[in-house]
Ligand binder design. Structure first.
Ligand SMILES: [Zn+2]
Length: 406
């Protein structure tokens, strides 16, 4: 596997600047295009699975994290608070959970609303030391694909199972794999919230979800979140380092800290459970993995440029521009490879990572057709331009892995 940092620079996907700071990459247009497609995919999958999207601020008062337990258990990974006058201290958030817990309790909730699935692709921050930072995998500003499911204890195993199914489907669509499943449990020490009975129950619920899908997993002590055990989906990067991509966690702790409740069928107040889950983890790590796994040859729906239009000579420029405009109208990312930039062969080589190249010679231009070259080397007979665009549009819309249906 290639190193995503090297390839990311070569393909102009992202970069960093010492003046902005280590661990704070910026996304160039090609990288931003991949990220948009990925974020759109996640939001659509979540909507279909009954999640509701929210936005919450990336800052919160120090008291918020004292209440959640992050201040006591996670402070060394957090940025120091910003003082505003004598009264107020604001913290860059180390996770989205506390905001979502507060949003859940913003009004009274009925059992009929459960499971309530609250999702957000939101920023969070980790104060890593500059020596360990690099590329998209060790960063200080993280865009997290996060969600919290507020549900009853009886609903936890089914919700965890649903989350695992979303994760597996996403890995297939993205071409990510192989992955390993890990049940991460508490270790010794003050890092973890103390309550052995709750830890045991939470771990049991996660095991049920894994067993229900017949997923093999290993157990790892000392890898849990401070508030509860979790299922981690592990990947390996080009340097052979293992990292967590996706995760499903069961949490009895934060609902108690935030005094969350819902009104049950009996009219009494009950405590919900929080299931934290992430399908692709951080957008940064997910894109790093995609770069390495595909070596820059992304599935068509993720590719920064999906269609390169190559007129053989300047005479075909008007036809090429018309095709380009039509492709963009249909929301395809298309680019013109101008004949003044080099020979046809040179332009074909330059666009070798682009999934589709539409070559327009004199005959194609006159017929309203295009001869398609696929990235895998296939060359198709000239087809009407509208037919070409319809096929490409369908491949991209369905997030298909194959380049051509036949
Ligand atoms: Zn969370």
């Amino acid at each position: 596997m290639p190193d995503h940092r090297k390839l990311g620079r070569e393909l102009e996907l992202f970069d960093t600047d010492p003046l902005i700071g280590a661990g704070l990459p910026y996304w160039l247009p090609a990288g931003a295009a991949i990220r948009h497609s990925l974020e759109e995919y996640i939001r659509r999958e979540e909507r279909r699975a009954g999640y509701q999207h929210v936005y919450s601020p990336v800052l919160g008062k120090r008291e918020l994290y004292e209440l959640s337990g992050h201040w006591a258990h996670y402070r060394e990974d957090m940025f120091p608070p910003m003082e505003l006058g004598a009264e107020e201290e604001l913290v860059l958030r180390p996770s989205l959970c506390p905001h979502h817990a507060v949003m859940f309790r913003s009004r009274s909730r009925s059992y009929r609303e459960l499971p309530l699935r609250m999702a957000e692709l939101g920023g969070m921050y980790r104060s890593e030391r500059s020596g360990v930072l690099g590329g998209l995998t060790r960063v200080r500003a993280i865009q997290l694909n996060d969600a919290h499911i507020f549900c009853t204890v009886e609903q936890v195993a089914e919700e965890a199972r649903g989350a695992l199914e979303l994760i597996r489907r996403a890995h297939r669509a993205l071409g990510i794999g192989p992955v390993r499943y890990r049940l991460s449990l508490a270790g010794d020490g003050a890092k973890y919230v103390a309550d052995p009975e709750l830890w045991r129950r939470s771990a049991e619920l996660l095991e049920q979800a894994l067993d229900g899908l017949g997923i093999e997993y290993e157990r790892a002590k000392g890898e849990a979140a401070f508030y509860g055990p979790k299922i981690d989906v592990q990947i390996t990067d080009s340097a052979g380092r293992e990292a967590t991509l996706s995760t499903v966690q069961v949490d009895f702790h934060q609902p108690a800290r935030f005094d969350l409740h819902y009104v049950g069928p009996d009219g009494a107040k009950h405590r919900p459970v929080m299931v934290h889950r992430s399908i692709i983890g951080s957008v940064e790590r997910a894109v790093a993995q995609l770069i390495e796994q595909h070596g820059g040859a992304f599935p068509a729906w993720l590719a920064p440029v999906q269609l390169a239009v190559l007129p053989v000579s300047e005479e075909q420029l008007p036809a090429a521009r018309a095709l380009l405009a039509r492709a963009r109208e249909l929301d395809l990312r298309a680019e013109l490879a101008d004949p003044r930039e080099g020979s046809l062969g040179a332009r074909i080589r330059e666009h070798r990572l682009v999934p589709y190249q539409a070559v327009l010679g004199a005959k194609e231009a006159a017929d309203g057709a295009a001869a398609l070259r696929l990235r895998d080397g296939r060359r198709l007979e000239p087809l009407p331009v509208e037919r070409v665009l319809a096929e490409l549009g369908a491949v991209v819309a369905d997030q298909r892995a194959e380049l051509w249906p036949h």
